[in-house]
Design a protein. Structure first.
Length: 294
């Protein structure tokens, strides 16, 4: 069985279990979408077991965890199925790049010159240079045809004017002027020069601008909105980071509370300490900056 078929069967089993639990509690699909901040179209495809139209497996697993947590479904079988989906995704090899590599090699072969042609061109160039050298030697007059020019008669020079006598320089310590005192700070200091502080916002931004840095700690998904622009979703991995610059506010939705660290204008934003908790619609604005500083 292929990896895609295995993932399809696992998603169908999980989606059926979540749908039954939701209908047993009398909760509409739109209410689930509003409470989990997950698009209703994604939830519908998960319940129907359709992989087509859904994002990557890592995002799907995060959606399922949040959905199950909202319904209160925490069965060992569900956790095992999620782990199986992750193992299948990790075992799936990347698409082959043989065609691209062959096209690149063919392009290089088509534009290059064969070695025999290069060697022949080199020999012809040497032959042309040698013939040119012989022609110059034959037709250029020899140096003996020229007579040495007559020596010029020496030109009488006027006697040099006597140099004026230099004033006598007094000897002794009193004769040397005192060295002027240095002006400004001394340049002989060998101490380290502190590096200028890096601003928390980008150059050209106003004094009330916002800079949000999201630092990845674990694999998790993050959805963000900057100044009421269309929402974007990214997958954060350990040691990865992204920076968001805004003029008014930034909205963040984080799949796992322990998956990232968030900094607002250089100050760390406190996130929930419980693990595997969805941080929904975290608003970061100028009021947030004042709360952190106070």
């Amino acid at each position: 069985m292929s990896a895609s078929n295995q993932q399809q069967e696992l998603l169908a089993a999980i989606g059926e279990k979540l749908r039954v639990a939701r209908e047993a509690q009398g909760i509409a699909l739109q209410e689930v979408a509003a409470r989990t901040r997950i698009q209703s179209s994604f939830l519908e495809k998960i319940e129907q077991g359709q992989l087509e139209g859904l994002p990557a497996i890592s995002f799907i697993r995060g959606f399922i965890r949040n959905y199950a947590q909202m319904l209160g479904v925490d069965e060992p079988e569900l956790q095992e199925q999620l782990q199986a989906m992750g193992r299948v995704a990790e075992a799936t090899p990347p698409p082959p790049m043989k065609a691209s590599t062959e096209r690149l090699l063919d392009a290089e072969k088509g534009t290059g010159l064969p070695w025999p042609r290069i060697a022949l061109l080199g020999l012809l160039l040497i032959l042309v240079l040698w013939v040119g050298y012989l022609l110059v030697r034959v037709f250029l007059p020899s140096d003996s045809a020229y007579e040495a020019p007559a020596a010029k008669a020496p030109v009488a020079q006027a006697p040099a004017a006597p140099r004026p006598a230099l004033p006598a320089i007094p000897s002794g310590p009193a004769a040397l002027p005192a060295a002027p005192a240095p002006i400004g700070p001394s340049t002989a200091s060998t101490g380290p020069v502190p590096a200028p502080a890096v601003p928390a916002v980008r150059p050209g931004m106003g004094p009330n601008a916002l800079r949000v840095k999201v630092q990845g700690l674990e694999d998790t998904w993050v959805r963000y909105t900057v100044d009421r622009k269309p929402a974007m979703e990214i997958l954060m991995r350990p040691a990865e980071s992204t920076t968001l610059d805004a003029d008014d506010e930034v909205h963040l939705t984080i799949g796992k509370s322990q998956g990232v660290s968030v900094y607002l204008n250089g100050e760390e934003v406190v996130l929930p300490t419980d693990k595997n908790v969805l941080v929904a619609d975290l608003v970061l604005n100028k009021l947030t900056v004042l709360k952190i500083r106070n």
